[in-house]
Ligand binder design. Sequence first.
Ligand SMILES: [Zn+2]
Length: 269
Amino acid sequence: MSETTLEGGARDHIAPLPIRVRRVYNESMDSYIRRLASANGVTAVDVGRWLRESAILPRELSKATWYAAWARLGDLPPKSLPGDPGPGVDRALCRRCSHGQRVEGRMPAWGLICLRHGCWIDPADGSSMRQTELRAERAFRRTLSSSGLHMESPGLQFALRLASLAVSPDWLDARTHRHGFRSLRASLFPAQVRIAADLFRHDELAALRSTEPGRRLESCERWLACRIAGLGERDEPWRAAGILSALLQHLEDRTVVVELEEILYRFAR
Ligand SMILES: [Zn+2]
């Protein structure tokens, strides 16, 4: 993206807003625009309307032109504009990395934890951190995000669904009280990563699929029990075995990971 996306000399007619805001590393442009507008006591909608009514910007404009206009309003160097944001969705960035500000952006390579600060990226996930969770974050980056998977990938969502069924609800409740507040997804994160990491190992999946159909449910339950072992005192893997067994039935002879992702997408919902 460059300032050439501002057509008809628009660049010359747009003066930077009086209060500048620094864009945080990995911050999405939408998040930056929200903060810049708020710091100047205006809304992005009002500024957009004024720019259109003044014929500085066309009525119909592309996202690139909109961002370029705001880069000018924030006096950002054109080279600092974000390119392709990558897969996943925008979410809150680590508050400490963002110097205490509420900033959103895309971090597909990160799980739920900022390893630099040893804290949950989203403060709503929890206030304390345990070694099990830090290990899960490292495992996520080492084995899953390095393979192009991210927290919103169907595989990760499917693993979360399995974990939420396999781990006892009583244990989850007890855990909330014992370790201070934490969200359900934070409590399940270690189980989710362990299940997803093994689900994408061809040998693990092949071994599960080679079980004869009559004993598949039982082997799925055993497999899940191993993945969540040590995470809770009262596991209930049988509750998740059915859906895993159904997935295996569906896979039949397919071995390509891309296809697996597509199938998982349907199962994750
Ligand atoms: Zn951080």
